[in-house]
Design a protein around this ligand. Structure first.
Ligand SMILES: Cc1cc2nc3c(=O)[nH]c(=O)nc-3n(C[C@H](O)[C@H](O)[C@H](O)COP(=O)(O)O)c2cc1C
Length: 204
């Protein structure tokens, strides 16, 4: 099969592209607005894109029903910081609950029954139950092309300035991330769990 996404001519009921670029890690982004109100939402257009310094990105797309930008975008651009919390198997239902459309100022963490704890460096708090959290200073936004002017695509980049790792994940001087069972997004409404690994060494 060959198709062109812009023409939507795959012949399938749903464009399968998001089922092909998998798995996509989930950046579970906590932020605060200028009044300090907490916001929490998952983004699977998320990744680490540089190592030195460590830089992550997440990409809110589209607008809220009232036509305003998503709260995460607005908060991060206004306040200049965010936290990436690791979404895990144990927290899958809560993660999903925090994706519900809520008016600005509603704390999705509270709605999902999640306790937040203060971060060390940045203003937004982190999810207490998440075993990994990356404290980030906002760097910049990039507006990407959009096929619909009412559905903007923005990428926000952040510098990872602090990293929390639960002690129980550390064994023999290394992090065993399979113990945290991170979840990741596949296509449609499918997810996968990182619970196994294999080793390969580079030829050079
Ligand atoms: C697993 C998962 C991944 C998601 N990834 C994205 C994404 O990459 N970009 C996006 O705009 N929305 C994504 N969403 C939807 C947002 O979480 C949702 O629009 C949320 O209400 C945004 O919240 P906010 O307005 O508080 O920022 C995702 C939802 C789920 C459940």
């Amino acid at each position: 099969m060959f198709y062109e996404p812009r023409l939507q001519n795959s012949g399938l009921a749903i464009d399968p592209l998001k089922a092909l670029v998998v798995p996509r890690p989930i950046g579970w982004i906590s932020s605060v607005d200028l009044a300090g109100r907490v916001n929490l939402a998952p983004f699977s257009f998320f990744n680490m894109v540089a190592d030195s310094p460590p830089i992550v990105m997440f990409a809110p797309s589209g607008l809220k029903p009232d036509g305003s930008p998503k709260d995460s975008l607005r908060n991060v651009e206004a306040v200049g910081a965010f936290v990436v919390n690791l979404a895990t198997w144990d927290l899958r239902e809560q993660m999903n609950a925090t994706s519900a459309r809520q008016p600005a100022g509603v704390n999705e963490a509270e709605v999902a029954g999640l306790e937040m704890v203060p971060s060390t460096i940045v203003a937004p708090p982190r999810v207490k139950a998440s075993p990994v959290a990356l404290e980030c200073r906002y760097l910049q936004s990039v507006e990407l092309p959009s096929l619909d002017p009412g559905e903007p695509n923005t990428v926000l980049f952040g510098d990872v300035v602090g990293v929390h790792v639960a002690d129980h994940l550390i064994e023999n001087g290394r992090v065993d991330i399979t113990k945290a069972k991170p979840i990741a997004r596949m296509g449609y409404s499918l997810y996968t769990v990182v619970d196994q690994t294999f080793r390969m060494t580079r030829p050079d």
